[in-house]
Design a protein around this ligand. Sequence first.
Ligand SMILES: NC(=O)c1ccc[n+]([C@@H]2O[C@H](COP(=O)([O-])OP(=O)(O)OC[C@H]3O[C@@H](n4cnc5c(N)ncnc54)[C@H](OP(=O)(O)O)[C@@H]3O)[C@@H](O)[C@H]2O)c1
Length: 235
Amino acid sequence: MTTDKVAMISGANRGIGLAIARELARRGYRLSLGVRRPGNVPADLAALGDARCFRHRYDAAEPKAGDDWVAATLARFGRLDVLVNNAGISRNVELETGSDADLDELLDINVKAPFRLLRAAFPALKAGGSGRVVNVASMSGKRVLGLNAGYQMAKHAVVALNHAVRRAGWDHGIRSMALCPGFVNTDMVSGRNELDMRKVTQPADLATLACTVIDLPNTAAVAELLVNWRHEPLF
Ligand SMILES: NC(=O)c1ccc[n+]([C@@H]2O[C@H](COP(=O)([O-])OP(=O)(O)OC[C@H]3O[C@@H](n4cnc5c(N)ncnc54)[C@H](OP(=O)(O)O)[C@@H]3O)[C@@H](O)[C@H]2O)c1
């Protein structure tokens, strides 16, 4: 078993997940990246080598994917300290428009897959006595501003999942945080021409925030972190 702490990050090949993976590596964590195409991980992470950066195929659409990835991570490293539930999608499902299939996909990928991953990882996180979980939610999990009811429902559910983890994990030293940014400069919002991507939150800044909380002791828990790029009443 490695003496370094081990972190699993889903959707670590781009966007917020990639930024958090890079920051965790910089802080000395061994990485287990859950990605749909393990061969496509950016070169700087791949260059860390298999001993520091394990890559495993993880497709959140497959119900057993979390079990397989956790088992492979434990087989590789013998321990698990951090789970970053990051992989997610955006589909537009408003009350009067949008398909049932898209609503199902939003709930499958953004809610049921993180739940399954947590269920699979929980015994190993408990065993260490100081497990850390970051559930990447959204400001859309805290308030309803736009019209995308499907995404808003899914992200409110992620915040609820986060509190369920806090409740069940607290006495085992697990500390879980819902990371709730507004718009972030990633592919997910790159098509929104109304946004100046230089003015929204940058993934590296979110990574600094998330990893600072991950590194705090059990006695300094942060349940939710709301991150604003513009002024709004909720903070
Ligand atoms: N960007 C924002 O403004 C914003 C704001 C608030 C919250 N968030 C949340 O932040 C998280 C990361 O999003 P991002 O902004 O970094 O978006 P992104 O750049 O589009 O990245 C999404 C990530 O999720 C992965 N993913 C999607 N479907 C998957 C599946 N079925 N199985 C495994 N991985 C899958 C993608 O992998 P592939 O490369 O294989 O597609 C990719 O790594 C999401 O949960 C999102 O809801 C984003």
